[in-house]
Write a protein that binds this ligand. Structure first.
Ligand code: M6R
Length: 616
């Protein structure tokens, strides 16, 4: 994915574009660029590297003009380089384009455009769009962009500027990549996300699938470019304006060295917000605008969790919670695999799709597939207006606030809380015998923010352990029951942030092969917080110790058996086993963070990764 920004108004465009790009760097950071119109002169500056590298290039010769577009890239077509950086221009430099997503028919287009005499400078699919607009241009900018849009296939968001129309930008969106228009007074903005607009305007319009928007300083006209039967309909954007009440600095670090640390520390608030007004005094759950009918809940014969990466781990936790309490079979599926299978899906399947961004292409496509087969889809997502929130039949929003660091932290704990809320909602409409357990879990959920505060107070201990772990090159995380998905999440966090090779296993599975990799000094982090299976976990730890591995166990604070055996421990607050994933994962997030810092890694923007993955 990539970050797109655009401005048309009466102020200098460049500072707006650079501020927008700075807050969008989480979306891609291998190259960046801007195009600014000064009258009919189209000026483009772009380079490989980060937004700071672009700023350095612009320092000596800032571009003047009050219309412009900008981009921060995560490479898909063509390596990160100056020439592949966006914006891209047509042969004569009349049109400039920034783009997020993929044109699937780019090979055919490239050949055709070359044959037609276009000078193609980059390896990107984006550049082809600039040539298409130019070839279709007969004096009507909007018509030319629309004609070009009719020739591309795929999933994309883009913005086009033209030196023939210095006070106009045209934006368009198809499928998952998001595009939001910011409405100002005598100025308009366009961006890949809402939070980056908050310092300029709180009034936004979310562009829908198949729509294009024509932005001028005083007006935005939204039109469909690809949808029957209402092509040509023009709807004033002011009929769909949302007011977003977020602080202007929501996309800023606020004094923290990294967004990741800020977001880890925001977790008590994210938990409180996600529960607010939803977990009622009597333990029942009321979710605003949640339309899942009791009859659909009663009819459900199976639950399928669908997601990717960290959100997949939230689904795994959900499986451990839902199966015993709802007495329903539960499947947990990685969306990128599931979407290409031929799964047997029916009307009685309740699919729970989890995605922080709501943009993940694999998750959205998998959801569309199960909907075609009649399943009901509940989305758990953090982003209002995201594709997933619009495609799903019912939506439960996490309220973690914008998550900027690539490594997901507060969105994950908010997802765990949302999974608990959904469990309780479903339990309200299904026969079960777990009232007492649900009552205890309700009490525990209300105290969860305080539990996370306690973990955050242990940062110094975790940091000291991270300093030792940071010199290892291989780490194994093991756990059983609800500790197992959190072992996976801890392992994913560690590899993302510190680039330490790490793997996670169900502890009982080690002896079926992986134990062969353990040698004296190999680091093993053993999660031992599940009381039912604690003794089995102790046995697994002994197996590892017998191979002279360097073991550290995550244990509840009142547990001392392992310490007595000489095992190093990281203590976590004692909570109900079913809530333990939350304090456990916060501990492992801090561990990964401090390992990454100790190793001098790029914390918020790990190499090769982007915040959300809008390509397959
Ligand atoms: O936006 P999503 O929750 O759908 O994203 C899914 C994964 O790409 C994401 O969780 C990824 O694994 C994170 N970088 C993990 O920290």
């Amino acid at each position: 994915m990539c970050g797109i920004v655009g401005y048309v108004g009466s102020e200098a465009a460049l500072p707006v574009l650079m501020a927008g790009l700075t807050s969008l760097t989480y979306r891609g950071y291998d190259s960046a660029g801007v195009a600014v119109l000064d009258g009919s002169t189209l000026q483009v500056v772009k380079c490989a590297g980060k937004v700071a590298d672009l700023a350095a290039r612009l320092a000596d010769s800032p571009l003047s003009g009050s219309t412009g577009i900008g981009h921060t890239r995560w490479a898909t077509h063509g390596e990160p380089s100056d020439v592949n950086a966006h914006p891209h221009i047509d042969t004569r430099g009349d049109f400039a384009v920034v783009h997020n997503g993929i044109f699937e028919n780019s090979s055919d287009l490239r050949e055709r455009l070359r044959a037609q005499g276009c000078l193609i400078r980059s390896q990107t699919d984006t550049e082809l769009f600039a040539h298409l607009v130019s070839l279709h241009y007969r004096g009507d900018f909007e018509a030319a962009v629309k004609a070009a849009l009719a020739e591309v296939k795929g999933s994309f968001a883009l913005v086009v500027a033209s030196r023939f129309h210095p006070s106009t930008l045209i934006a368009a969106k198809l499928d998952t990549p998001p595009l939001v228009i910011g409405i100002g007074a005598g100025e308009m903005f366009v961006s890949s996300d809402i939070s980056s607009l908050m310092r300029f305007t709180k009034r936004v319009v979310i562009l829908e699938d198949g729509e294009m928007a024509v932005l001028t300083p005083k007006n935005v006209l939204v039109d469909l470019f690809r949808a029957e039967p209402v092509v040509g309909r023009r709807r004033p954007a002011n009929e769909r304006v949302l007011s977003v009440d977020w602080p202007a600095d929501i996309a800023e670090r606020g004094g923290y060295p990294h967004f990741m640390l800020k977001e880890i520390e925001e977790q008590p608030r994210a938990i409180r917000d996600t529960l607010r007004d939803r977990l009622l005094e009597d333990g029942r759950v009321a979710i605003e605008d949640f339309t899942l009918a009791p009859a659909t809940v009663r009819r459900a014969r199976r639950v399928i969790f669908l997601s990717c990466g960290t959100a997949y781990h939230a689904g795994l936790v959900g499986q451990y919670l839902f199966e015993p309490i709802l007495n329903l079979p539960v499947q947990v599926e990685i969306a990128s695999e599931f979407r290409y299978r031929q799964p047997v899906i029916g009307l009685d399947d309740l699919v729970v799709a989890i995605s922080q961004s709501g943009e993940t292409a694999d998750t959205v496509s998998a959801v569309r597939r199960v909907q075609e087969r009649g399943a009901t889809v509940v989305a758990i997502t953090n982003v209002i207006g995201s594709t997933l929130s619009r495609v799903a039949d019912h939506v439960l929003f996490t309220r973690a606030g914008p998550e900027i660091a690539v490594a997901s932290t507060k969105a994950f704990t908010a997802q765990l809380v949302a999974v608990h809320l959904l469990l309780r909602y479903l339990a309200q409409y299904r026969p079960h015998q777990h009232e007492k357990l649900l009552y205890q879990l309700g009490l525990g959920l209300r105290q969860l923010d305080g539990v996370v505060e306690q973990v955050l107070q242990r940062t110094a201990t975790i940091q000291a352990f991270a300093a030792q772990l940071a010199s290892h090159e291989d780490v194994y995380f093991i756990g059983r029951n609800l500790d197992e998905p959190i072992a996976r999440e801890g392992s994913l966090k560690l590899k993302e942030i510190s680039y330490i090779h790490s793997e996670a296993y169900p502890a009982g599975e080690l002896k079926h092969g992986t134990l062969a990799l353990l040698s004296p000094g190999t680091a093993v982090i053993a999660l031992a917080t599940q009381s039912d299976i604690y003794e089995k976990m102790v046995s697994n730890i002994q197996e590892v110790l017998a191979r002279k591995a360097w073991v550290t166990a995550l244990v509840p604070e009142d547990e001392s058996e392992l310490e007595a055996m000489g095992v190093g421990t990281l203590r976590v607050p004692r909570v109900n086993d079913l809530l333990a994933p939350v304090p456990n994962v916060v501990t492992l997030q801090l561990l990964a963070y401090h390992c990454g810092v100790a190793r001098g890694c790029e914390i918020d923007q790990p190499r090769n990764l982007a915040k959300s993955v809008t390509v397959e």
